[in-house]
Design a protein around this ligand. Structure first.
Ligand SMILES: Nc1ncnc2c1ncn2[C@@H]1O[C@H](COP(=O)(O)OP(=O)(O)O)[C@@H](O)[C@H]1O
Ligand SMILES: [Mg+2]
Length: 299
């Protein structure tokens, strides 16, 4: 069943996950908070050991802490690293705490989850499977469930007259999260959505933490561009010029990380290849032919 329910399972620690995690720009504080929260939820014995060492007993506050709902919400604009961080943050936990983490990914959009009732069934099946797997975990193993592209189940309030069927999706999610929390297993749920403001209040209230992702500012674009263009021979003034060209140049928004990494920079390479070097003009041309992705709008 899990075969067609989830995308390929990731096993951490893993070298390529570490690389993907290391390459993320502008997310250091989110990364640190996520790793710190996840470490104590996935390995509560560490917290108890600390409490015993520091206070001579397992403090009540430590028990309360471990009772938090193991849910994190990553929200924000497209192409800002939500999926990548969701898939790789546990790499850091796996290495730091010397544990194995399996990452299961359920993508709602790519499942054609638009059909009435389909999303509810998917969520129910996914949680059943994760709870089953959670019960079978050996000591030192942990599980992360990613519910990606969760916009359809996330939105509620401002779209007031939510359909009955949509509400069933939210309810299935809440039921799954609550059941999982009651199991008190080293299992985490990470939900990714494009808009935090549209997230159902009942879901948001349960989250141990919610993080908002944004497009890269000048300093972040400088970091992405100078890393990617290292060795091309561009001056720092030229790189600054590219930082300006990829900011908000009048349309109200600038380039996303993904726009830069997956569209502009590869296009610059292709424009230069095979008979000329990458220059500022080549990159500026690639920027001009690849406008920034408009911000996410709910229909
Ligand atoms: N913060 C970032 N720093 C560097 N590259 C990024 C960042 N965010 C996204 N990218 C690049 O864009 C790609 C798509 O990002 P993704 O995680 O799918 O974004 P989202 O899920 O927010 O739409 C990533 O594989 C990565 O190469
Ligand atoms: Mg994504």
């Amino acid at each position: 069943m899990s075969q067609d329910l989830f995308d390929d399972e990731l096993e951490l620690p893993d070298r390529s996950a570490q690389q993907r995690l290391d390459r993320l720009v502008g997310l250091d504080s989110v990364k640190a908070a996520l790793v710190a929260n996840a470490a104590v939820l996935l390995d509560p014995s560490a917290l108890r050991a600390w409490s015993s060492a520091a206070h001579g007993s397992v403090l009540p506050i430590v028990e309360t802490f471990a009772e938090r709902t193991p849910l994190f919400v990553l929200a924000g604009d497209v192409g800002t690293g939500k999926s990548t961080l969701a898939e790789t943050f546990a790499q850091q936990v796996a290495v730091d705490r010397d544990i194995n983490v399996s990452v299961l990914r359920l993508s709602l959009r790519s499942r054609g989850a638009g059909a009435v009732g389909e999303m509810t069934r998917l969520l129910g099946d996914a949680f059943d499977e994760v709870i089953r797997r959670g019960r079978g975990l050996r000591s030192g193993d942990a599980l992360v469930l990613i519910i990606d592209e969760a916009d359809a189940i996330a939105q509620s309030r401002e779209f007031g007259q939510m359909h009955h069927e949509d509400r069933a999706g939210v309810n299935a999610l809440i039921r799954g999260i609550d059941t999982l929390a009651a199991e008190r297993r080293p299992v985490l749920v990470v939900m990714c959505t494009n808009r935090l403001s549209a997230l159902d209040p009942a879901v948001r209230r349960r989250a141990a933490a919610a993080f908002e992702f944004t497009r890269p500012d000048d300093a972040h674009r400088l970091e992405v561009l100078s890393q990617a263009l290292a060795g091309c021979g561009l001056s720092s003034t030229e790189i600054e010029k590219l930082v300006d060209l990829t900011g908000d140049t009048g349309c109200g928004y600038g380039y996303t990380y993904s726009d830069l990494v997956h569209r502009v920079l590869p296009d610059a390479v292709l424009k230069a290849f095979p008979d000329r070097p990458i220059t500022i003009d080549v990159v500026a041309d690639a920027i001009a032919t690849n406008p920034p992705t408009p911000p996410f709008k709910s229909e």
